[in-house]
Structure formats: C-alpha cells, structure tokens
Design a protein around this ligand. Structure first.
Ligand code: ADQ
Length: 460
C-alpha cells in the first residue's frame, strides 16, 4: 500500500485527543493505515530551513517546519487570513489585497515544498489541505515531483465575480492544475470552480468532471466532509459529557436551552444571531424566563484586527441584551469565550433543545453535524441551520434559515420550541441516517481512492 502524505498548515492532533477535531482523527487513521507522513508548520516561530521529523505512536511520522516571524505575518496572518479567508467567504470589504502578503505566501509554499521533497517516495500519495497551501502542489511539480497529488478545500470556493477582485487570481488558480484531484465541500463550490475555469482560462475544456487546461488534466468533485457520528454520540456518555449534561440540566431547571458553538469569526454570523435571539425575546414574550441562549465562542486569529472588532461588538451586544431583558432569577444570554473539550460539548448539546448554527458562509460546518449526533433519538432537539453552510445541502431535515433575516431566524427558534415529539424524531432520524451514510471514514476513503484513480489515468 502506498503511503499517504498529508500536508496542512498545522499538524495535529496537537493537544491530545480530547481537543483533537474529527478531521485530525480521520487523517491520523489514514496515516496509520499507510504508515504515512504528516507535514506542516510546527506552530513555532523561529529561523531555520529544513523539516524536523519525529515518530508518532501508531506507526506514522510527523515532519514540521518553523516559520520566521516575518513569514508568519505575510503568509499566515496576511495572505491566508486577511486575504483568502475573507475573499473566499465573500467579504471583499475585509479583504487585504496586499502584494507583500502574496509574495510571502508564495515564498512559504515554495520553502515548505523544498522541505518536504527530500522526504518523498516515488509511490506516495500527497494530500494537501486548505487555502493556506493552494500553490504547494505546483511548487513540488516545479521541483520534478511526479507523485499522485490531491487538494481538498475546506472553505467555500467563491463565485467568479468575487475571485476576479484578487490581483493574482490567474496564477493562484493555475497552480491548482498541478493536482490530479481537487475536492470541494459541495457541488456548488465545484460548479463555481468550473465556471471560473471555463470562462477565464482560454482553451479550457470540461469532459465529465475532468478539466483540461495549461496542458494538464485535473478531476474536480464534491467530497462533503462528515463526522464520526457514532463515536460522537458516545461522547455524551463519557465522564466529561455526563458532567456537563448534568450541570446544564440542573442550572436550567426546566428552561429550554438554545446553544451556539463557533470559533469567534465574522463568517459565523454571531452578531446577526444575537440580534435574532433578541428578536425572539421581543416578538414572543412567552420566551421570557423560559428560554436561555448559551453561546460558546473562543477567540481565534487574534493577530488580525477584524477578529478583535467582532469580539468587542459581541461583548457589547450581549451586555445590552442582558441589561434589557434579565430578571433577578433569569439571564437570557450566556456568552463563554473558552474552548471546551469535544466530550464536554457533546453533553451540552444533549442538554440543549435547540442548536443554532447560522453562519453567513461556511464550507461545511461540523458543529451542525455534531449537535445532531449528540441528541437523544427518543427526545431529540431541533437544528436551526443557515442555508449558507455547506451542511445545509445534506441536512434538509433541519429548519433551514437565512441568517440575515433576523425575523425569520426568530420564527424558526419559536417553531423549534413548540415542535411536537413525532416531528422532532422524524427529522432527527433522517438527519442521523445521512450522517452515518456520509461519515468521515467514507469521506477519507473516497478521496484517497479517487486520488489513486485520477493519478493512474494521468500515468496511462
Ligand atoms: P471551522 O471554520 O473551524 O473549519 P467547523 O466546521 O464549525 O468550522 O468546526 C471544525 C471543528 O472545530 C469541529 O469539529 C468543532 O467541534 C470544533 N470547534 C469549532 N468551534 C469550537 C468551539 N467553540 N469549541 C470547541 N470546538 C470547536 C473549517 C471550515 C468549515 C469546515 C471545517 C472542516 O470553515 O466550514 O466544516 O473546516 O472541513
């Protein structure tokens, strides 16, 4: 069996299994099975060229590279998080079109490729992850690497009009043609990629799902990422899960808990969500004293100003809502800025009758899936889900909302509050069946198998 070489900005699991996300667990499984290699940034800021390798339990290796402070600023804070992240989430108002960032991004991708190249074997299958590393495959090809190479984009692929605002769009998209396979979260993302290629790259042809341009052929398809739904459901019964569940139940004393869990990011629609909750309190006075909204949102990317701005805005909104509506024995909104373990979160989801997942744009959104997996099938809660999350396509049995429509989101919360048991069970059963059918193992195996097929076709 040929080795899988996973390449991502950060390698993981970094802080132990309790915090490791489903993606890290899924990749580790593929790496173990193939005695593979995981390559990426060490998380450290230091001077130094080559990669440091170390062995992991379970028979796979880790190879990491440090970033210099200047590289971190231009590549990570700059081009990745101040340009590509907002742009691909349709926030051109927050996009920094800075030449220096682009140059730094490109240099780091080349340097990373140079560090990985000596570690590669001829039969390896290289699987590159996400927007930090779009030109990585091209850099390897420029060094003569002929291995099978696939790329998976975890975030949305933007529409052509949005992408055209990026000064280096041709070069960036051209570099995707170095891969044999490109995976997107949804069909819509894939169609937007085809639309760009067919209209902006002269001479491009599409045959089936294979694009031909720049003298290369690349297969592109949707691979919606899943979770390990059965394992996640079991988290509720772990010590951490049970403790959080009991704590929440005792504190709620029969009140309905609405839960939101997100990285604190402007794409997650948090101010709009707070406004919708306030609307629920205004339009439906029967919610007073009976509903509590718990929002967990640990800060991320604190080196970027837009993230400090959103933190400030949310603090203000939370205190205004509580100031306006709280009673001596009731606080409507609780807002926690810490990360909890995945097991503790599962317990909190189980204690929450409504899961509120309303990003303005999201590649997939795994919180929506984890919320559903943690429910009691006999008495499940209701998922309220943004139509702009990739997950919405696979989860039509959720209450699908437009996150910009505060009245509509408030209405959906009210509908969820009064939904009868039979309807909740039916919706949950349908959602859960989908999660099990398209789980994370299925995602990983399909991608790896299709990468193999795509590279064989190229070699033939
Ligand atoms: P994220 O934007 O980080 O990821 P999301 O899918 O919501 O989005 O979360 C990924 C993982 O992080 C989940 O397993 C979740 O449990 C965990 N997580 C998120 N917020 C947390 C919190 N407050 N506390 C603890 N854990 C938290 C990107 C894309 C998504 C895509 C994923 C995977 O932006 O659209 O679904 O990658 O491809």
């Amino acid at each position: 069996m040929s080795r899988i070489v996973a390449v991502s900005n950060r390698v993981g699991p970094i802080r132990g299994a309790a915090r490791a996300g489903g993606l890290a667990v899924a990749l580790v499984e593929a790496l173990r099975q193939s005695r593979g290699l995981w390559f990426g940034w060490s998380g450290r800021l230091a001077e130094g060229e080559g990669a440091t390798t170390s062995e992991r339990g379970g028979g796979f290796n880790l190879a990491t590279v440090d970033l210099t402070p200047a590289e971190h600023e231009d590549y990570y804070n700059g081009f990745a998080n101040r340009c590509l992240w907002p742009l691909f989430h349709y926030r051109i108002d927050l996009t920094a079109y800075d030449r220096q960032f682009y140059d730094g991004y490109h240099r780091v991708n080349v340097r990373f490729a140079r560090a990985l190249q000596p570690l590669l074997q001829e039969t390896d299958r290289v699987w590159v992850h996400d927007y930090h590393l779009i030109p990585f495959g091209q850099s390897l090809r420029d060094m003569g690497c002929t291995q099978a190479m696939g790329f998976f984009l975890h975030i949305p692929f933007p529409s052509r009009e949005v992408l055209l605002t990026l000064p280096h769009h041709e070069k960036l998209i051209q570099s995707l043609f170095a891969y044999d396979l490109i995976g997107f979260q949804t069909e819509r993302d894939c169609e937007r990629f085809f639309d760009y290629a067919l209209n902006e790259i002269p001479g491009t042809e599409l045959r089936g799902d294979v694009l031909h341009a720049y003298g290369r052929s690349v297969r592109a398809a949707a691979f919606p990422i899943g979770i390990d739904a059965r394992d996640y459901a079991d988290f509720v019964y772990t010590e951490d899960g049970q403790r959080q569940w009991m704590r929440a139940k005792n504190a709620l004393r029969g009140r309905t808990q609405i839960i939101g869990v997100d990285r604190m990011d402007y794409t997650k629609g948090l101010p709009e969500r707070f406004a919708a909750f306030e609307r629920l309190l205004t339009d439906y006075p029967d919610s007073h004293g009976r509903v509590e909204y718990l929002q967990i949102a640990p800060p991320t990317r604190e080196g970027v100003q837009a993230y400090a701005d959103i933190k400030h805005k949310l603090e203000l909104m939370a205190s205004q809502i509580n100031g306006r509506y709280s009673e001596v024995d009731w606080t409507p909104l609780r807002y926690i800025n810490r990360t909890l373990s995945r097991r503790a979160l599962a317990g909190l989801y189980r204690a929450s009758k409504i899961g509120l997942v309303t990003p303005l744009r999201d590649g997939m959104n795994l919180i929506a899936k984890e919320y559903v997996a943690a429910q009691d099938p006999e008495d499940p809660g209701v998922l309220v889900l943004s139509r702009f999350a990739g997950a919405a396509k696979q989860m039509p049995a959720a209450l699908i909302v437009n996150p910009y429509d505060t009245v509509g989101v408030a209405e959906a919360m009210q509908t969820a509050r009064y939904m009868d048991l039979e309807e909740r069970r039916n919706r949950h059963a349908e959602l859960m069946a989908g999660l099990i059918k398209e789980d994370i193992a299925n995602w990983r195996e399909r991608f790896v198998a299709e990468l193999h097929t795509a590279s064989m076709k190229r070699a033939a």
